[in-house]
Each structure stands twice: as structure tokens, then as C-alpha cells.
Design a protein around this ligand. Structure first.
Ligand SMILES: [Zn+2]
Ligand SMILES: [Zn+2]
Length: 297
């Protein structure tokens, strides 16, 4: 190990066993929920880092290590004084030490990459991150080939309106009074803009250059749908729109779209169709179980 590479330090609870580890020897952290790992750690899962053995140096206690062959050809090594699990080795993976991530002193340069054996996992630990989950062992082929960029939302949308004052009066009621947004104004190339925004995105009005009303079936925007959390929220919005004097359809269930699809529809003064819908189960599953559901074609 040369000194110009980042070196990390790991040790057992009592300090009898200490390691120096070259950062570049570490692979991403594998989270294993199998019953063997759970028992070996005494926790809901193990966080294992496959490391290139050439980058791992025992500073102390290599001879102190005790091994337990938890399955044929797989040995889990631990400190016999304090019981800390240190690493595991597999006969089929020579040259690899699977280090336990919790032993390190410094912040790790690697991150968890998947959950394995989740079908054997405990029921009391919520898995609500975005990592791929495997019912049994991890299938490397099912992992994304590389890190892909994750688009996390719509940042802003601009619509054009034929009458700024009329549109502002309308959207003040919808976006400020009913939907709790805030408002600011700015200009681009001399054109006044009005932005309604919340913590998630911005909805911006700018002046149209023709008097033609919006045509949902010309190229461009057909309709715009905002999501609220629950069916009760859709019902509340529909009522609040009516209270603001805005003609909107009653909050209704549309089972032809999905069993729990609820929505209210209304139009802006230029004829842009607006919709409010709830965060339905299929969308929640798509969000929470993206990796398990596979990659759409
Ligand atoms: Zn120890
Ligand atoms: Zn395991």
C-alpha cells in the first residue's frame, strides 16, 4: 500500500483487531438480509463491502481472528474478545475479503448498492430507499449497468396566456388561495412573467403573441395535471375551487383509469385543461419499487 492513496482505518470494538484499507480496494456496500447475516450481526441486516485483499492490511490481530464456517466454503471471521464481526471469505472468491462496513473510522467513499435476500428480512425495519431489492441473492445482470441520472421532478413549466391580468386573477385563486403556492414576478426580454411556485416546482405565465385561444389538439400542451397526496385532498381542492367561484367538475372516481383514480377538472381562461389528481397506488409503487418493477422498454 502506498502512502499517496487514501487509506481508511477499521477496527473491532475492543481494538484487538485493526485494519488499514486502501479506499480504492472497496466495492459498493451490499446489504444482506439473510437469516445467517442477521444472526451474525445481531441486527436487521449485514452491510458488507467486498474488498480486494491486496488493499487490506492487518495492523493488529490477524492471528487473533477466529473463523466460523457458516456454510460450506464460507467463513465468517470475528474478534473472539469483543465479538465484532470483521469480514467473511469464500473459497469461491479468493482474494476478496467481505469487510463489515460498520467497523470503519472514516466516512466511507462507497455507498449501498442493493438489498439482497429481502424475503428473509425482518418485518420491523422499513426499506424505503430507492436501492434495488432482490428476493434472494443479488442478480448482477438485473442491476443498472451504470449510474443513470435520476430526473426527480418537473422544475418548472411555462404557459402562454392571451390576457395576463385575466390569467393572473384566475391563477391567484387556483394557485395561491386553493393550492398554497407563492408568487413572484420577473421579466424576460421585456415581457412580464408571473411565477407561482411551491417547494417542488414553478408554474409560470407569460404573454402570448397571438389572440388564438389554446387548442388542446394542436401540437403542444394538451392538459396539465397536478398531484396531491390523497383522495380527501382532491375532494378538498374541488370544494375550494367552487368556493373561489371556479367552475370545476366534482371530485370523482375514474375507475376506467385506475381503481383509485380521483380527479377534478377545470379550464383556465385560455382554455388550458387543468386537473388535480391523487397520488394513487400504482404511482406510489412505481416510485417505491422502481428497480424491482424492471426497466420499461
Ligand atoms: Zn475485539
Ligand atoms: Zn447474508
Amino acid at each position: 500500500m502506498t502512502d499517496d492513496e487514501t487509506t481508511l482505518h477499521a477496527q473491532c470494538l475492543c481494538g484487538s483487531i485493526a485494519l488499514r484499507v486502501r479506499a480504492s480496494a472497496l466495492s459498493p456496500i451490499q446489504v444482506c438480509h439473510c437469516s445467517v447475516c442477521r444472526r451474525a450481526q445481531g441486527g436487521p441486516f449485514a452491510t458488507n463491502i467486498p474488498a480486494d485483499a491486496s488493499g487490506v492490511e492487518f495492523v493488529r490481530g490477524k492471528d487473533h481472528l477466529k473463523g466460523y464456517e457458516s456454510s460450506p466454503g464460507k467463513t465468517r471471521w470475528f474478534c473472539p474478545t469483543c465479538g465484532s464481526p470483521i469480514h467473511s471469505t469464500k473459497d469461491t472468491l479468493p482474494g476478496v475479503l467481505r469487510l463489515r462496513a460498520g467497523l470503519f473510522t472514516e466516512p466511507l467513499p462507497v455507498r449501498p448498492v442493493f438489498h439482497a435476500h429481502v424475503d428473509s428480512g425482518v418485518t420491523w425495519w422499513p426499506l424505503n430507499d430507492d436501492l434495488p431489492q432482490f428476493a434472494e441473492g443479488a442478480d448482477a445482470k438485473a442491476l443498472p449497468a451504470k449510474m443513470t441520472v435520476d430526473v426527480t421532478g418537473i422544475d418548472h413549466i411555462y404557459i402562454t396566456v392571451t390576457d395576463m391580468a385575466r390569467a393572473e386573477a384566475f391563477y391567484d385563486r387556483v394557485m395561491l388561495a386553493v393550492l398554497g403556492h407563492r408568487k413572484n414576478t420577473f421579466s424576460i426580454h421585456g415581457d412580464p412573467h408571473i411565477q407561482y411556485y411551491n417547494r417542488h416546482f414553478g408554474f409560470v405565465l407569460r404573454p402570448a403573441r397571438t389572440d388564438r385561444p389554446h387548442d388542446s389538439y394542436s401540437a403542444g400542451l394538451h392538459h396539465f395535471c397536478l398531484r396531491v397526496d390523497s383522495i380527501a385532498d382532491v375532494q378538498q381542492v374541488a370544494k375550494a375551487l367552487a368556493d373561489q367561484g371556479i367552475t370545476a367538475t366534482p371530485a370523482e372516481n375514474y375507475p376506467q383509469y385506475a381503481d383509485d383514480y380521483w380527479a377534478t377538472f377545470f379550464n383556465d381562461p385560455d382554455g388550458i385543461r387543468l386537473e388535480i389528481t391523487n397520488y394513487r397506488q400504482e404511482r406510489r409503487r412505481r416510485h417505491d419499487r422502481w428497480h424491482q418493477l424492471g426497466t420499461p422498454a
